[in-house]
Design a protein around this ligand. Structure first.
Ligand SMILES: *Cc1c(COP(=O)(O)O)cnc(C)c1O
Length: 378
């Protein structure tokens, strides 16, 4: 039994907003008074601030993380007949964006400790049709970009970072997500570490020509007005989102630190319980993990019952992701099946994300750990 039972949601955005209300309301009012909803100073302001924050030369705002991926691949000319290498253990959009362009996803299994793509297996998946590699900095932990860059460079392939969960994570060499590939994609979905008041996304790159192309493509490929040399679409980030995100970006590093403190507290509290059946998240040496999620692993036979137990006691938790992408019905045409990516399948059966948001109290953290221990019998 926990010392004290308290409610713990998986994420508490109301608690965050309570600390931001006085900063957010004036900028929302300002956008409404200006009636400048598309483009404008908040969008360009956020773009330069995100470029500076990630260390990339340029940033282009767009509608969502999913569209950031689509736009990046489209701008790189990826389409039918092309293969794109990625991880099967990711949110659907990574793979969905490849397939929307008519290209073929080629999966490479994950490392069991970090859940990120197993870089050592990538070379074996490259063919003459491979056009790009998409690593996902899953749960907020940077992929080993130095090792990956070597493979990509040898094969002359662009790396497209799916940094949707990972704004602010740093690799062991100190480089930040978004500055180390050919192009990187971010999401401002509300549950990400930097979340908007709705959907939003960003593409970053060190290639100024590519940045220009992305900026033109996100507005119907239009340049100058009513002249279209390129195909594009409406992938614009709106001013209201940008204005809110600029306020929140100022707090982002403090929120990352809050999440990291919570992760350290969980490690200490779980160590005290001495639970043999639980595996805590691994941090790769030298990486700055931003803990978009704190994901534990338990035996597959007990995972779903643990989820039920947590929910019975008002503790939020979630399985990211219960089905590996290679087993999604809509990707059946690619011919993958059970057993093809055993580590990804095992992760889908064994993992569980616990609340890690920065506003968690000590009492809540203790209650989360006690409730897990109560079930696993510590
Ligand atoms: C959230 C997410 C996306 C998609 O971002 P949206 O803004 O929701 O479209 C893509 N990839 C990963 C890994 C994500 O977590």
């Amino acid at each position: 039994m926990p010392a004290t039972r308290v409610k713990v949601p998986l994420l508490d955005l109301k608690a965050q907003y309570a600390t931001l209300r006085d900063e957010i309301r004036p900028v929302v009012d300002e956008v409404f008074e200006s009636q400048w909803f598309i483009g404008g100073p908040h969008v360009t302001g956020l773009e330069s601030e995100v470029a500076a924050y990630t260390g990339a030369k340029a940033a282009v705002g767009c509608t969502s993380g999913s569209d950031a991926l689509l736009l990046a691949m489209w701008a790189l000319g990826i389409g039918p007949g092309d293969e794109v290498i990625t991880t099967p253990y990711t949110f659907f959009a990574t793979v969905g964006s490849i397939v929307r362009l008519g290209a073929t996803p080629v999966f490479v299994d994950i490392e069991p400790d970090t859940y990120n793509i197993d870089i050592g297996r990538i070379a074996g998946a490259i063919t003459e049709r491979t056009k790009a590699i998409i690593p996902v900095h899953l749960f907020g932990q940077c992929v080993d970009m130095t090792k990956l860059a070597q493979i990509a460079c040898d094969a002359n392939l662009p790396v497209i970072e799916d940094a949707a969960q990972a704004i602010g994570t740093r690799d062991a060499g100190g480089g930040k997500a978004g500055s180390m590939g050919a192009v990187a994609c971010f999401s401002f979905f509300p549950s990400k570490n930097l979340g908007g008041a709705g959907d939003g996304g960003m593409v970053t790159t060190n290639d100024e020509d590519l940045a220009h192309k992305l900026a033109v493509m996100r507005n119907h490929g239009m340049e100058p007005k009513y002249h279209h040399q390129l195909m594009g679409g409406n992938f614009r980030l709106d001013a209201l989102q940008a204005a809110v995100l600029r306020v929140k970006l100022k707090h982002l590093d403090a929120w990352h630190e809050g999440r990291r403190t919570n992760a350290a507290d969980y490690r200490r509290l779980f160590a005290e319980k001495g639970l043999a059946e639980i595996t805590l998240p691994t941090e790769r040496d030298g990486v700055y993990h931003i803990y978009n999620q704190f994901v534990i692993r338990v035996p597959a036979a007990r995972r779903d019952a643990l989820v039920e137990h947590m929910h019975e006691h008002d503790i939020g938790c979630e399985v990211y992701y219960p089905i590996s992408c290679h087993q999604q019905e809509c990707f059946a045409e690619f011919g993958y099946g059970a057993g093809d990516f055993p580590e990804s399948e095992r992760a889908a059966a064994e993992t569980l994300a616990l609340p890690i948001y920065p506003e968690l109290t000590d009492e809540q953290k203790a209650c989360v750990v006690d409730t897990v221990a109560e079930f696993l019998g510590g």
